[in-house]
Design a protein around this ligand. Structure first.
Ligand code: ZN
Length: 343
């Protein structure tokens, strides 16, 4: 039905449509998950709706056009860029066909070490250990940096099916932990995040030993494997970007270790894809000055963070803001994008 509100929205869209601004979206996964504390998954039907909204109201651009636009002082007119971080397997099997169906381009930032699929990503392994129904030991211990930490789960050692049903959609971004299990998950997440991949693995192994569990990789939590990079890169709509090797919090590493993480992922992805890898995304969106200079000197044209905002002509190409996309339906997605561009 026609309304004054929709008329105003259309008029505003028309008026501002020619501005030279870009919005970069960050997705991680297109799938449905039973437990997803960081809200990384967007349902396939919702992602299809997002693509329809983008086709209807926006120009979808390649990230390289934004980087070129910043370099030459002329951004494309109001455009949206799609990016995916980490390189989960659903990017190949679910996202790629939808991009092809809607003829929409996207950039996939791949953390090359995760492609080995020896273990799940540490944050997924921690979720599997703590946020599913069952009984854990009442006391859990962990030695971190020479210090022994201890947690008493109390009654939270038991996490029932009913409790799980009640809390499984917990949003770690926006809701306080609803149960001792979630509080422990969050605390361990924060303790493990700045560690090296080897230290994270050691910590998880220590927990597995106490819990009596094994670090098996769930079918639903796999990453694409090396030969599949070529299958992605062969698609004209897809650009491959680098996301380090082990997905570390770069700011917690020394300069040499940061450079090694950044350059090794670029080198391997170029070898596998047969293309120059021009763009980079900082794991967890975190970077320092030396991270930016490492990314620049490694030969990247741009780098994405997770700070929110639009790309404008003065935006630093190595500090590109992005909008985190949640599992919104098409209508909510449209509203979120409208607010970014027009409010
Ligand atoms: Zn990431």
């Amino acid at each position: 039905m026609f309304s004054l509100r929709s008329f105003k929205r259309t008029a505003k869209r028309f008026y501002l449509h020619s501005r030279r601004e870009a919005l970069i979206l960050v997705y991680h996964r297109v799938t449905e998950l039973d437990v997803d504390p960081w809200k990384l998954a967007v349902a396939p039907r919702h992602f299809a709706e997002h693509l329809e909204v983008l086709r209807r109201h926006y120009r979808v651009s390649e990230l390289r056009r934004i980087a070129d636009g910043l370099a030459y002082g002329r951004l494309p007119r109001q455009s949206v860029v799609i990016t995916f971080d980490d390189g989960y397997e659903d990017n190949l099997h679910c996202v790629k066909p939808l991009l092809e169906k809607h003829d929409v381009p996207a950039t996939f930032f791949i953390a090359t070490g995760l492609m080995k699929n020896e273990r799940e990503a540490w944050w997924d392994e921690l979720e599997k250990m703590l946020l599913h129904p069952g009984v854990l030991p009442q006391v859990l211990r962990l030695s971190l940096k020479g210090e022994v930490r201890e947690w008493n789960l109390g009654e939270g050692a038991l996490y029932t099916e009913e409790e799980h049903e009640h809390h499984r959609s917990w949003d770690a971004w926006r809701e306080p932990p609803p149960h001792a299990r979630h509080a422990l998950y969050l605390e361990l997440y924060r303790l493990l995040q700045p560690l090296s991949a080897a230290e994270q693995r050691r910590a998880l192994d220590e927990l597995h030993k106490q819990i009596g569990s094994m670090p098996e990789c769930r079918r639903t939590h796999k990453f694409i494997v090396s030969p599949e990079v070529a299958a992605l890169a062969d698609c004209e709509l897809i650009e491959i970007g680098a996301h380090t090797e082990t997905h570390p919090l770069l700011v917690a590493l020394d300069d040499a270790a940061q450079r090694a993480e950044i350059s090794s992922s670029k080198r391997l992805l170029e070898e596998l894809s047969g293309r120059r890898v021009r763009s980079f995304a900082y794991p967890y969106g975190a970077y320092a000055e030396e991270t930016i200079s490492a990314v620049k000197s490694t030969g990247f044209d741009c780098a994405c963070s997770t700070g929110s905002g639009l790309v404008r002509k003065n935006t630093n190409p190595y500090m590109l803001p992005r909008l985190f996309v949640f599992d919104w339906d098409g209508e909510e997605f449209d509203r979120q994008l409208f607010d970014m561009f027009y409010v």
